[in-house]
Design a protein around this ligand. Structure first.
Ligand code: PHE
Length: 342
């Protein structure tokens, strides 16, 4: 009978000779199982240790470990060799030293999106939450509830897009003031609503029939004109720079009293500083609270108990002033030569 050492020698020779013929992962795995697995040949041989004479045990044991490492190492180098061969085949015929082709350029956000995000971020920081409402509106939400009389010129068919069913495309985002107050469950109400507004304007460098507004509304028990001024001065200085001058010029809106237009004067850098009209605002007219209260079952918005301020501004205009854009139509043409500048 072969001695244990002979058997080990045979097994080693056989295994090491078989290794180079293994051609893929599954062959490697079968080999591993055949030699090193629970029922593998080497495992079976090690069971023979039991019968080795005590004096020989140390030498045979050492040899057993040697053969096991030889097979294990052989297996892993064969695996490495197969992997590199596969990688080499994959890149064969590819010149990895060729310079890469330029990929599609990275896009940027549209200047309007940028200014809208900046405005939202700034006002959110002051405690305003985002609100929204539909672009197709009722006359009630767009005019009546906003204290705009039936004969007001803004209600003319020549100014407003009416649908056949009597609804209309909202002419301003002030509709969201009404929607928000109808649904409010507690005070304070502090919202901003960016969104589209529609007017039947002649299209030119400063007018489109759809443009982007940002509405703001703050209602609570003791909201004052000082709150309005503080909020908006801070807002415009955040957007246009801390040296921006802001003035409130008396104006009229049906839904605010008193009402103002806001002008800003950008920091003069050599050129003559002009006052630029930038927004409308005012203290919510009590008639608006009365109108909204008529749709509510409680007295949360009792005109005798609450006050508020509102403002509305054109985001397109904000972007134009900020970037010195002279024609509003650039904002919707998607000409890359224009867009790449932002
Ligand atoms: N809705 C007004 C407009 O479109 C702007 C405005 C909003 C004025 C809120 C006062 C208060 O011109």
């Amino acid at each position: 009978m072969e001695t244990m050492l002979d058997q080990l020698a045979h097994l080693e020779t056989e295994a090491l000779a078989a290794l180079p013929t293994l051609a893929d992962e599954s062959a490697l795995e079968s080999f591993r199982v055949a030699y090193l697995g629970k029922k593998g040949k080497l495992t079976a041989l090690s069971a023979g240790m039991r019968d080795v004479a005590p004096a020989d045990k140390a030498a045979v044991g050492a040899r057993l470990n040697e053969v096991r490492s030889a097979i294990t190492d052989g297996l892993s180098s064969r695996k490495d060799a197969l992997e590199s061969a596969r990688d080499a085949a994959a890149v064969a015929g590819i010149d990895v030293t060729l310079p890469g082709r330029p990929s599609l350029g990275t896009g940027t956000l549209h200047p309007l999106t940028q200014i809208r995000d900046l405005a939202i971020r700034t006002l959110r920081g002051m405690g305003f939450a985002l609100a929204e409402g539909p672009e197709i509106e009722t006359e009630w939400h767009c005019f009546d509830a906003l204290n705009t009389p039936a004969d007001h010129p803004a209600r003319n068919e020549s100014d407003t897009f009416y649908l056949h069913d009597g609804r209309l495309l909202r002419t301003h985002t002030s509709t969201v003031q009404i929607r928000t107050m109808e649904a409010a469950s507690e005070l304070p109400i502090r919202i901003i609503a960016p969104g589209a507004a529609y007017r039947r304007d002649e299209i030119d460098a400063t007018h489109l029939s759809v443009f982007n507004q940002l509405e703001g509304l703050c209602v609570d028990r003791d909201v004052s004109l000082a709150d309005l001024k503080g909020t908006l001065v801070l807002f415009f200085r955040e957007i246009f720079g801390s040296k921006t001058a802001v003035r409130f010029r008396p104006h009229f809106f049906p839904f605010t009293e008193p009402s103002f237009e806001i002008d800003i004067q950008l920091e003069a850098k050599g050129r003559e500083a002009k006052w630029i009209e930038i927004a409308g605002c005012g203290m919510v007219d009590p008639a608006v609270f009365t109108a909204v209260s008529s749709t509510r079952k409680d007295d949360l918005l009792d005109p005798a108990a609450v006050s508020g301020f509102a403002f509305g501004l054109g985001l397109d205009r904000l972007a134009m002033i900020l970037h010195g854009i002279t024609d509003i139509r650039h904002l919707i043409e998607n000409d890359l030569r224009f867009l790449r500048q932002f």
